[in-house]
Design a protein around this ligand. Structure first.
Ligand SMILES: Cc1cc2nc3c(=O)[nH]c(=O)nc-3n(C[C@H](O)[C@H](O)[C@H](O)COP(=O)(O)OP(=O)(O)OC[C@H]3O[C@@H](n4cnc5c(N)ncnc54)[C@H](O)[C@@H]3O)c2cc1C
Ligand code: SF4
Length: 326
């Protein structure tokens, strides 16, 4: 790890001030908990001339009721989110995802907004400056070739945030603020499957809050991930499931993944698997459905085939557990 380079720090007191600073200086970066940005600055991966510290913005910190659901400020920490009584009881998968990020020391400072905007990851990118220089860098930063797919012109770095899939199955929305005003969009609308430009936010936009809708009676959620070191690690793959049962049949099923693509992936077509119990035929159909939509590449320590098997295993066991009421 290199020494910290010099940069200017701005400490706005309001969101309006924060986005005005960003608009005036597009190369600046927002700093929330800093658990992703600071290591990346120290590794020379990013070198912002100005860092906009969001810690002093009180209006970003609350969890409030909203239209039968919840509004979660972007600066709420993952520890606060995981411990929140209503989140634990009504949005169990989200509490599990927040409680499983990194280690408890990280979760005390790491925030919801930072987790949703987490940079994509790759074994050829999350390295020190000298390591990357020795390998002629790569497409995502300063280089001309992708070491994962050398003949292509695309970056396959993996999105590895835990919260996004748990929020996608809930149908969460994000509030985005900019100097020209604010907008509310479905969470999935801020991502695209591109390891470099994975976020569809304008340079002067910031996430202000996340909105959770009220869930249908009996709709239960869960989140599970596979990681190398259970005490502290990014997901090799993470699976969020939302399921509602009517009698013996699955009436509603939503699945979203992390770690498999350059964006958190909401699996399309799950409604075709509802109407019956999670028997072997249904689960085989599910494996095929997911298999067609994920694209794990050799951008992480575990091989793509292993991550495919992990996703299938985690999804199957999560569906069975939610179906049985676990
Ligand atoms: C050892 C280690 C293990 C980790 N394990 C995990 C893990 O298991 N799962 C996981 O999901 N993450 C993991 N992380 C990554 C990181 O700790 C978390 O994703 C964390 O939630 C990031 O939040 P932060 O507030 O610290 O973000 P920051 O580092 O402050 O910011 C991250 C990015 O988001 C941008 N940003 C921050 N807030 C906003 C906002 N409101 N609007 C727009 N942009 C914003 C920043 O500019 C930056 O680009 C790990 C990190 C480390 C170092
Ligand atoms: S997938 Fe390719 S371009 Fe993207 S970070 Fe990895 S090596 Fe670089």
């Amino acid at each position: 790890m290199e020494y910290m380079p010099e940069f200017r720090t701005a400490r706005p007191a309001t969101m309006a001030e924060a986005v005005a600073i960003k608009a005036a200086e597009p190369g600046a970066r927002f700093l929330a908990g800093g658990t992703d940005l600071v290591p990346n600055i120290r590794r020379g991966i990013v070198a912002p001339p100005t860092v906009i510290d969001l810690a002093g913005i009180a209006e970003m910190r609350g969890i409030e009721p909203l239209a039968g659901g919840l509004r979660i400020g972007a600066a709420v920490t993952l520890a606060e989110l995981a411990a929140h009584e209503r989140v634990r009881t009504a949005y169990g998968g989200l509490a599990q995802a927040a409680g499983g990020v990194a280690a408890n020391t990280h979760r005390e400072v790491a925030t919801v907004g930072g987790n949703l905007c987490l940079d994509t990851r790759c074994v050829f990118y999350n390295q020190s400056e000298w390591w990357r220089r020795a390998n002629d860098y790569c497409l995502k930063s300063k280089g001309e070739v992708c070491h994962v797919a050398p003949k292509g012109d695309h970056c396959f770095a993996a999105f590895s945030g835990d919260l996004a899939p748990a929020l996608l199955v809930i149908g969460a929305e994000v509030e985005i603020i900019a100097p020209k005003g604010s907008r509310v969009v479905p969470l999935g609308a801020i991502y695209q499957d591109d390891g470099i430009d994975y976020l569809l936010l304008e340079a002067d936009e910031m996430i202000a809050a996340v909105r959770l809708p009220a869930l249908a009676e009996g709709f239960r959620t869960g989140y599970a991930k596979s990681h190398v070191r259970s005490a502290i690690d990014f997901p090799l793959a993470g699976v969020a499931v939302g399921l509602r049962r009517e009698g013996k049949a699955i009436a509603e099923l939503r699945i979203a993944l992390t770690g498999t693509n350059s964006m958190p992936l909401a699996i399309e077509g799950t409604e075709g698997l509802t109407g019956g119990p999670p028997d072997e035929a249904m689960l085989e159909g599910l494996d095929a459905l997911i298999g067609r939509q994920i694209q794990p590449m050799s951008s992480t320590f575990s091989p793509p085939g292993y991550r495919r098997r992990v996703v299938a295993k985690l999804t199957r066991s999560m569906i069975r557990a939610l179906y049985l009421g676990g």
